[in-house]
Design a protein around this ligand. Structure first.
Ligand SMILES: [Zn+2]
Length: 65
């Protein structure tokens, strides 16, 4: 997974026109570039990863008791 260093500061650089775009904007207001990473697929992937981690951690926690 790619970490966007601009996300922390509330803006990110548009790869299309190199303009700082607010992080809450999914689309660049200048050139219309659609940012990946905030779509429903990425949200679902985050859930799948969290579920897999839980499935891995629950047996570990049960074994430790
Ligand atoms: Zn742009």
């Amino acid at each position: 997974m790619q970490i966007d260093p601009q996300a922390k500061f509330g803006t990110r650089e548009c790869p299309g026109c190199a303009v700082e775009v607010p992080a809450n904007e999914n689309r660049c207001p200048i050139c219309g570039y659609a940012f990946p990473g905030r779509g429903p697929l990425q949200r679902n992937l985050a859930w799948i990863v969290a579920l897999l981690l839980a499935l891995l951690l629950i047996p570990l926690l049960l074994a430790l008791r």
